[in-house]
Design a binder for this molecule. Structure first.
Ligand code: NAP
Ligand code: MG
Length: 522
């Protein structure tokens, strides 16, 4: 089963489904109906391969239809964590000894299973997170790419080939070995892809993990865990432990036998985890490695010289309102040179008003926001926005059957306003007017975050200065700020946006290993 001579084909980008094609559209409609018939099932924890059902459950709801239960998922307690750590340590002992290529083969098989179940998985993601079709399909595409990329690139974490050899009577090598048992904590918004990316890199490197999914997306992450098992990853290497972040999450992080934590989520939770992980628990014999990707306050800056304001407005709409603005890379500030401000503001509002909002099975431009707490928080920001700026469109909720919010644009927002500083994570966009290119740079950099950003200009000098001065992990020129492709444009942010781990690169994989230098004199 664990062949070592697995063929590694070159990595290629996975094409998105063509959902305009009538046959594909029909298949998607049928799959949505079929998945809806499976709502309301019970899902267990997975600990060392064992299925454990608990009394206490997470009730996962469909945000397009608040009363509909997608599934009931068992909730882990600290005793399950202890059991999972023991199972993971046992599994780690043999998993770490397998050749990298044998481990990579598991990722290739998992990607292939997902490709075959693509429609079904996309429909589950759509229902559980409120994503429209293309967006939901993207989560599966992104997972396939993550798994195949980390599988394809395994040789990068075998050995450092750049050592200098000093003489004929000695041999020196620096090899990479796995870290041990770690925790992977993922957010709800790219529920399979971000979990899959972190888990893929961790396990291909030879580690074993406890996964703590978001309490909003436990069903789809259960399906992911099952697929990883079907692909041949042995019991105990991946343990599925949904549960409350503050209870089971904290317990995992503080556990002395957890060696690393890979986290993607909000700034506040990330900072909290970083603090917990820094404390040495009794019996702990290492410094926990912390890999963090957190929130953003991403901006698109539009210069005085832009060739095409329509193209720019389209890009802004895509960046701001794709997936209801619930991407870490979503554009939430547009900084506009005064020369273009009025014309561009009008074009943005005009387009935002035309976006359709509704339940995901109808494939609208915008689905619901993910849950009630998010809905309230976003509506509260809209109230703040009414005082801080001028409402250009939206500002109201949609049908109360689900958590719908109309695409909202505020003009005349000041750079220090709440709306210009805090991550909203919803369909709310703030426009900020600046008098010069230099002022635009200052406003762009004026938050605690530094995840993504974009600059639109036809001025070559400004483009070159922007490359140097706009301080964010992913900077896009003349395209919107949500551009990220596995292996082609690795992802990760500066400042309070995280540890800049650059997912989708070989650098990311290096975070899951430790180098060991071995010298022999003979
Ligand atoms: P979140 O509220 O921070 O939750 C992320 C994960 O942390 C969830 O699994 C959550 O579990 C868990 N958690 C919460 N409190 C915890 C605690 N005390 N100890 C341990 N774990 C805990 O984030 P979210 O709302 O799911 O996702 C949205 C955020 O993620 C946004 O800020 C977005 O920008 C960011 N994000 C960043 C990236 C990136 O690559 N930089 C990508 C996607 C999303 P529960 O659900 O049980 O609370
Ligand atoms: Mg949250």
């Amino acid at each position: 089963m664990f062949e070592v001579n697995t063929m590694i084909k070159p990595f290629s980008v996975e094409p998105m489904l063509d959902l305009v094609n009538p046959a594909n559209k029909k298949k998607m409609e049928e799959t949505f109906a079929e998945v809806a018939r499976q709502f309301g099932k019970n899902y267990p924890l997975i600990v060392g391969g064992e299925r454990i059902f608990t009394e206490d459950k997470i009730v996962s709801l469909n945000p397009s239809n608040k009363v509909q239960v997608v599934g009931y998922v068992s909730k882990a307690k600290p005793t399950h964590v202890d059991k999972a750590i023991a199972a993971a340590e046992k599994a780690f002992d043999s998993w770490k000894r397998l050749d990298l290529r044998a481990r990579a083969a598991c990722l290739f098989r998992a990607a292939s299973i997902m490709r075959k179940r693509r429609y079904e998985l996309a429909a589950w993601v759509a229902y559980e997170c409120g994503r429209s079709w293309g967006d939901a399909d993207f989560d599966i595409v992104f997972t396939i790419e993550n798994l195949e990329y980390y599988g394809t690139m395994v040789e990068h974490i075998r050995e450092n080939k750049n050592l200098i050899h000093l003489g004929p009577n000695e041999d020196a090598r620096m090899i990479y070995i796995p870290l041990g048992v770690g925790a992977v904590i993922s957010p709800w918004n790219f529920p399979i892809a971000l979990m899959g990316g972190m888990v893929g890199a961790a396990v291909v490197a030879g580690n074993a993990v406890l996964i703590k999914p978001s309490s909003l997306t436990p069903v789809v992450t259960y399906l992911f865990t099952e697929i990883m098992e079907q692909a041949g990853i042995p019991a105990g290497v991946i343990n599925f432990l949904p549960g409350s972040g503050s209870e089971v999450g904290d317990y995992i992080i503080e556990h002395p036998r957890i060696r690393f934590i890979a986290f993607t989520g909000s700034k506040d939770v990330g900072v909290h985890i970083n603090q917990l992980a820094a404390k040495q628990a009794p019996g702990q014999k290492w410094i926990k490695r912390v890999i963090m990707e957190m929130g953003g306050k991403d901006a698109i800056f539009v210069d005085s010289d832009v060739d095409n304001l329509d193209y720019t407005a389209d890009a802004i709409i895509n960046g701001a309102f794709g997936y209801q603005g619930q991407k870490c890379a979503a554009c939430s500030r547009v900084i506009i040179h005064e020369k273009n401000y009025d014309a561009l503001a009008e074009k943005i509002a005009e387009r935002a008003k035309k976006l359709t909002v509704g339940p995901v099975e109808n494939n609208p431009d915008q689905g619901p926001v993910v849950e009630e707490a998010a809905f309230r928080k976003i509506m509260n920001y809209i109230e703040i926005g009414r005082k801080e700026g001028k409402l250009l469109c939206g500002g109201v909720a949609g049908s109360d059957k689900g958590y719908f919010i109309m695409p909202t644009v505020f003009g005349d927002i000041q750079p220090d306003a709440v709306l210009a500083q805090e991550e909203i994570f919803g369909p709310v966009l703030s426009l900020i007017k600046v008098k010069s290119f230099e002022e635009g740079i200052e406003v762009f950099n004026n938050t605690i975050y530094g995840l993504t950003g974009a600059f639109f200009s036809s001025n070559r000098t400004h483009l070159e200065i922007a490359k140097q001065e706009l301080h964010c992990g992913n900077l896009d020129l003349n395209t919107d700020c949500t551009y990220s492709i596995v292996g082609a444009s690795p992802f990760g942010g500066f400042n309070m946006s995280g540890t800049d781990s650059k997912t989708g690169s070989t650098d990311f994989m290096s975070l899951f290993v430790q180098p060991k230098t071995i010298v022999e004199v003979f």
